[in-house]
Ligand binder design. Structure first.
Ligand code: FUC
Length: 341
């Protein structure tokens, strides 16, 4: 099938999407100097998206993240999923939703819908599932809405896998070290040696405390076992508050900042720790994969439960990306740090 590209555009943002994987290939806006910047990592050759082993910009499903030994347990019934990441299932297995062609519906200047039908036992997941992902552009905001309905009990956990680099992907500093991150998260998940979420940990007094704005350079220069485990970086789920802006990522080099809001309970933050495997630089992008805590994790105290769906209960979620320019007269601007890097 042919890969087709679609553009959403307004005065502030231009977004390019693909029918393959419902991928975001471009999110472009003008930086502080009026220069257009594409803020997501992308392939210049559109054909490279067929392989896309790093899931650039793709919708991930049916299940984001890792499922231990690929064993999906739904109400006592076990389904053996693909083991496509060592012993585990990652991002729904081989040839999952990120690598399939979606049907395009309702295209306008500001919005587009992608639909896909995933039949019973496709990728070994139970239930016939209809999925729809809407991208809606409104001024400086890009909203992603996720819908899924199933004809019997199953588990669904969708996300988008864009790698952000607010310097734009050309000319300016390639790594994300001169970005600063504020993340409103008191709890995170530490991982076992197979990257499966192991236990809840308070972020306080750890290098993973981003409640006050932190330059990523400072995070990357710290020593820590969990950071080392994932090949030097972040690849961890953080628990967030729903329907509140939970994070702010800023680049004082371009003057662009990004905020996010979602009704998901968690975000997996991944700092592109293996991008050199695909001839990109490690840490040249950062993903905020809003989702449930992977591996059907549950925790009563934090009210975290897996999102089972069935013929009576649909899956419905959203994530919004809000782009803006930093006010350079703000006291907080970290431009000194930026230029001394
Ligand atoms: C694994 C995941 C990351 C990311 C990457 C492509 O390392 O844990 O979140 O999806 O694959």
């Amino acid at each position: 099938m042919k890969i087709k590209s679609y553009i959403l555009k307004n005065d502030f943002l231009e977004v390019e999407l693909l029918n393959l994987g419902a991928i975001i290939r471009k999110v472009e806006m003008k930086d502080k100097n009026g220069i257009l910047r594409n803020m997501v990592l992308s392939y210049e050759n559109i054909e490279d998206y067929r392989e896309n082993s790093a899931y650039f910009g793709a919708i991930i499903g049916r299940t984001a993240g890792r499922i231990k030994k690929g064993l999906l347990n739904i109400n006592g019934k076990k389904y053996q999923l693909d083991k496509n990441n060592g012993e585990n299932n990652l991002h729904g297995g081989y040839n999952s939703l990120s690598h399939k062609f979606w049907n395009v519906k309702n295209i306008s200047k500001n919005s587009i819908s992608f639909e896909i039908f995933s039949k019973d036992l496709e990728n070994f997941f139970p239930a016939n599932v209809k999925i729809r992902v809407d991208y809606i552009l409104d001024k400086n905001e890009l909203l992603i809405k996720y819908f899924a309905s199933a004809d019997k009990l199953t588990y669904i956990n969708l996300t988008n896998h864009s790698y952000f680099n607010l310097n734009g992907t050309k000319n300016l500093e390639k790594k994300i070290y001169n970005h600063s991150l504020t993340l409103k998260s008191d709890y995170m998940l530490f991982l076992d040696s197979n990257y499966i979420p192991k236990y809840v940990k308070s972020t306080g007094n750890t290098i993973f405390d981003f409640k006050n704005k932190k330059l990523l350079q400072n995070f990357f220069s710290e020593k820590d076992e969990q950071k080392k485990l994932v090949n030097n970086g972040l690849d961890h789920p953080f628990i967030i508050e729903k329907n509140k802006k939970f994070m702010k990522l800023e680049s004082c080099e371009s003057g662009i900042f990004l905020e996010m809001i979602t009704d998901n309970p968690a975000v997996v933050i991944y700092t592109g720790n293996f991008l050199s495997d695909i001839d990109f630089e490690n840490h040249s992008g950062i993903c905020f994969e809003t989702q449930e805590v992977p591996n059907l994790f549950y925790n009563k105290a934090l009210k975290i439960y897996p999102s089972f769906v069935d013929e009576n209960k649909n899956y419905e979620r959203y994530t919004k990306f809000i782009f803006n320019l930093i006010n350079y007269y703000e006291k907080n601007c970290m431009s000194d740090i930026c230029f001394s890097l």
